[in-house]
Design a protein around this ligand. Sequence first.
Ligand code: AMP
Length: 178
Amino acid sequence: MIPPAVTPADIEKAIRNVPDFPKPGIQFKDITPVLADARLFAGAIHQLTKDFKPGMVDAVVGIDARGFIFAAAAALHLQAGFIPVRKKGKLPYQTHEESYDLEYGSNSIAIHIDAVAPGSRVLLIDDLLATGGTAAAAAALLKKVGAEILEISFLIELGFLDGRKKLAGYPVRSIVCY
Ligand code: AMP
């Protein structure tokens, strides 16, 4: 892929804010206009992977569900494997699970116990960093399988929620920050 001349500002302009979705008070960041634009999609993958070259990363890990889109494309770009972290109950083989708190209740995510060989160098990617609970739980799963996390990357960060605090100790990158 030839690096397209796409800036974070170009990507930010395409992100659609949808108020009160999926419930009142949430400002949902809709990334579908970024995905629908070939130049912006390629630019987003370029931005998310720009510190890495093929051979530096064994696998890119994506978080269910929008994280899959970016992580799978990044994996192809870096000639690395793709590993899904899924919502509990969706992976068919034996799993490790991690729970994390939501505003109301909790959520669980899972990874196959043999998803990566111990010592594998991985990038962890999701579409958006909010409170950091999801990414921290995914990082804990990767620790359980013995992966080495090189970086945790997001297309969007809601900086005012301070989610990075939960990811202390890991390099964290975001392309567009609100
Ligand atoms: P958190 O665990 O609070 O960091 O939430 C991050 C996860 O929730 C990501 O997988 C996002 O896809 C999703 N998410 C949280 N807040 C938003 C938002 N305002 N717009 C879009 N997705 C969101």
